[in-house]
Design a protein around this ligand. Structure first.
Ligand code: GLU
Length: 429
């Protein structure tokens, strides 16, 4: 993955400003929605296993809660910045709005590297994070969830700390919990599966049979693994997977032009998506290429499912003429300059906040189940998820066709209008 100098918040604001201009959004709505509503910056002292205390910096940002409580994940990343969290909180607002769930946008982050921390240190960090934020989170204020390098165990530690502080059970306060502890079946799969539901629909409107398609994937974390797995189950062939190697601290692309068996690749990867190179060569017949090579492959579909700012003005030229669809499983993987090139080339873009909305949609289902204290079976969750994602995809596609818009602009048009209507109805502007 690239070192990058892009500021995600500047990008998020530019995307918003351009669409606000095009849809002639009134000035007060523009001024309100281009900024986060509330920012909390915290310092978290954590007792480390070696007896020292390390102080971590963290953030929780509410972009907008006009349509419902702020909602969004918490990222643990050594390169986390407040501007990235600002951007991601804004994208959460549009994400919840485009799939029409009654939640707003928020995001959290801690500058840390959980790969270098013991489980005990991670637990103390999670509990410390929630202690600092306890007055500003909860089922009707702000609902956190997993994101980059956080998982269901982190969420449960956080919930346990919050419930200890408040002296009761509030399972709807945090989503992405383990199944059996207030979590929903299907939550792990939800983001990746949601990506593929939108890819499936895009292929339908383009008149292409998924069984005749190939794809190249960046990122083999939760999103990438499940997206690749469902895409393969539906008959597609993944020929390249780029993934970060925690030992070598660089990414590699694993390629097998005959198709990589995704279940076998999962078997030889760890929880952070690092793939065993030797086994990939010996057992899965993969060639090992440079990390950035995923983008150059002659495939029909590109699946950027890692981090922001991965498709840039430098590497966008390397996208093969064969590529017909880009499905953004990650948040913000394409910079605006690269996006302009993709738009001009007529590649079908499934924008991030539509494409990867399956995770938060399932989080919403999790909250509903927590509130009822009654839990659905896996098929029920996935069927409901498929309906939500498919409906949202077609609403965006219909607008794109009607007004001859790029899919990203159509998705923004729908989302921004819903949020602007909500702030107006509430009398905020
Ligand atoms: N972190 C996921 C996202 O970026 C899910 C958020 C949630 O479930 O609240 O969409």
């Amino acid at each position: 993955m690239k070192e990058h100098n892009y500021n995600a918040f500047t990008i998020a604001q530019k995307q918003f400003d351009d669409v606000a201009q095009n849809i002639d959004l009134e000035p007060a709505a523009r001024a309100l929605l281009r900024e986060p509503g509330k920012e909390i910056h915290i310092t978290i002292p954590v007792k480390m296993d070696n007896g020292t205390t390390q102080v971590f910096k963290g953030f929780r940002i509410h972009h907008n809660d006009a349509r419902g409580p702020a909602k969004g994940g918490i990222r643990f990343h050594p390169e986390e910045t407040v501007d990235t969290v600002r951007a991601l909180s804004m994208w959460m607002t549009w994400k919840c709005a485009v799939v029409d769930i009654p939640l707003g946008g928020g995001k959290g982050g801690v500058i840390c590297d959980p790969r270098e921390m013991s489980l005990g240190e991670q637990e103390r960090l999670c509990r410390g994070y929630v202690r600092e934020l306890s007055k500003n989170v909860g089922p009707v204020i702000d609902v956190a969830a997993p994101d980059v390098m956080t998982n269901s165990q982190h969420m449960l530690w956080m919930l346990d700390e919050l419930e200890t502080i408040y002296g009761g059970h509030y399972p709807g306060a945090i989503t992405g919990k383990p199944v059996g502890m207030g979590g929903s079946l299907g939550r792990n799969e939800a983001t990746g599966y949601g990506v593929v539901y939108t890819v499936r629909e895009a292929l339908k409107v383009l008149g292409i049979d998924i069984k005749n398609t190939t794809a190249s994937l960046q990122g083999f974390g939760k999103v990438g693994k499940y997206a690749a797995s469902l895409y393969q189950q539906l008959g597609g062939k993944i020929v390249a997977v780029s993934s970060w190697d925690v030992h070598d601290k660089k990414a590699y692309t694993f390629r097998n032009l005959k198709g990589i068996c995704i279940e076998a690749l999962i078997e030889i990867s760890n929880g952070y998506g690092t793939i065993d190179k030797q086994k990939a060569v010996d057992e899965l017949d993969c060639e090992i290429l440079a990390g950035d090579d995923w983008i150059k492959q002659d495939v029909d579909i590109l699946l950027p499912c890692a981090l922001e700012n991965q498709i840039t003005k430098e590497n966008v030229k390397q996208i093969s003429k064969q590529v017909k669809i880009i499905a953004e499983g990650a948040n913000g993987p394409t910079t605006p300059e690269a996006d302009a090139v993709i738009k001009q080339r007529g590649i079908f873009m499934i924008p991030d906040f539509l494409c990867n909305a399956g995770g938060v949609t399932c989080s919403y289902f999790e909250q509903v189940q927590c509130n009822m204290n009654y839990y659905w079976g896996l098929d029920e969750v996935l069927t409901k998820l498929d309906i939500k994602m498919t409906d949202a995809f077609h609403a965006v596609h219909k607008l794109a066709m009607k007004k001859e818009l790029y899919m990203r602009d159509a998705a923004y048009g729908i989302a921004i209008k819903r949020v602007a209507d909500a702030v107006k109805l509430r009398g905020w502007i």
